[in-house]
Design a protein around this ligand. Structure first.
Ligand SMILES: [Zn+2]
Length: 383
């Protein structure tokens, strides 16, 4: 997904070019294996000498293996085929959420090896909890290469501290630097969870879509934005705080201090309240009376989507999170509302769909994002 040819770059130093080329070669092998050195050179545009030296480095690092002799096409020697070494190391995707931290361990091919939920109530020692769990869970899966953490909140790009209305984390909680001290040689990245949801959605099933918005609707609401094939995070890294876009200036008060925020008006607590249930899974939207109770919620969500469409004009809007449990009748209701309020020229073109990712999109997206950049420096989502 991040394949881009970078044989040379005027301003980048040698290290950056090498990291970029290692990424290019490793990702090509991962997506096309088994492959020969010659086919890597042909596909990437790198010289055969550069490819050989990069592949040798990956072999020394145990990240790829020579797996045998391939078929001869033409004259000369039969090529030696290269594959990713599935047990050459692992990465962990982490989601910090209310009352729980979820972990998913992946091998170098991106295959999920295990999933673990850790219940927590005290967030003051979050750094130690994550460190201990990562060490314990990765034991036996080879070298730990990276940890990528998704959070439901805004992140101070400089201090790596998190502000959230959804998790009881204090502004001075220093979990990120605890992790960096505990794992000095491991890549550690931090980002908003919705960005990882958008990333995995595109990587798994929406590769051809350049501009999409993933709206994650749970207790909280956030958006992951992909523009021109890249995660868009804005000047300070916190674009996509869509839950705090107001859809009613006289609406109910939100924890952030504003009124009528989408999160307050259409998050799962508001949905359950409107339907008169305690859990979203209890709602049967094939019943017309039940669906009617959710009409205002659908209007708020449609108003939010309309705002985002008018602002950045994506090709697709994907709704994910618990809202998917409301099924097709609810989605149809949102589409009908959009047809009423949106410019025709927009509504005819845009698709509004539910997420198609199985499992936890945050841990999966975090793991995939990290694997796609395993040779690159940087600790924060900056595309
Ligand atoms: Zn708010």
């Amino acid at each position: 997904m991040v394949l881009k040819i970078q044989k040379n770059h005027g301003t980048a130093n040698q290290k950056l070019v090498k990291q970029s080329n290692l990424t290019l070669v490793f990702n090509y092998i991962n997506e096309n294996q088994p492959v020969s050195r010659a086919s890597i050179a042909h596909a990437t545009g790198l010289s055969p000498t550069t490819v050989s030296s990069l592949v040798d480095e990956l072999i020394v690092e145990s990240m790829v293996l020579e797996t045998g002799v391939g078929k001869l096409s033409g004259s000369g020697r039969k090529p030696i085929m290269i594959e990713v070494n599935p047990s050459g190391g692992c990465v962990v995707g982490v989601e910090i959420k209310a009352g729980r931290v979820d972990f998913e361990v992946f091998n170098l091919e991106g295959r999920s090896l295990l999933y673990h939920e850790r219940i927590i109530s005290d967030y003051s020692n979050l750094g130690d909890i994550i460190s201990c769990e990562v060490e314990r869970l990765c034991n036996g899966f080879g070298r730990l290469l990276g940890i990528c953490i998704g959070v439901p909140g805004v992140i101070d790009r400089k201090t790596k501290r998190v502000l959230s209305t959804l998790i009881p984390i204090k502004p001075d909680n220093d979990f990120f630097s605890v992790l960096c001290k505990r794992f000095p040689d491991v890549k550690i990245k931090l980002g908003n969870e919705s960005s990882y949801c958008a990333y995995i959605e595109k990587a798994e099933s929406k590769k051809g879509i350049r501009d999409l918005v993933y709206i994650d609707i749970n207790v909280g609401i956030g958006a992951g934005i992909i523009l021109d094939n890249r995660i868009f995070t804005g000047a300070f890294g916190n674009a996509g705080e869509f839950g705090h876009v107001s859809v009613d200036i006289n609406g109910r008060a939100c924890k952030c201090g504003n009124r009528g925020c989408l999160e307050a008006m259409a998050g799962t607590p508001a949905i359950c309240e409107a339907a008169g249930v305690t859990k979203i899974s209890e709602i049967d939207t094939s019943d017309e009376k039940t669906l009617e109770k959710l009409h205002d919620i659908g209007r708020y969500i449609a108003a939010g989507i309309n705002n985002i469409v008018n602002m950045i004009n994506p090709e697709m809007v994907i709704l994910g999170g618990e809202i998917v449990k409301l099924g097709e009748p609810f989605l149809e209701m949102i589409r009908r509302e959009l047809e009423t309020i949106m410019f025709d020229v927009q509504s005819e073109k845009i698709s509004v769909v539910y997420s198609s990712v199985d499992g936890n999109p945050v841990t999966k997206g975090a793991g995939r994002y990290l694997l796609d950049r395993i040779f690159e420096d940087g600790d924060f989502i900056i595309e």
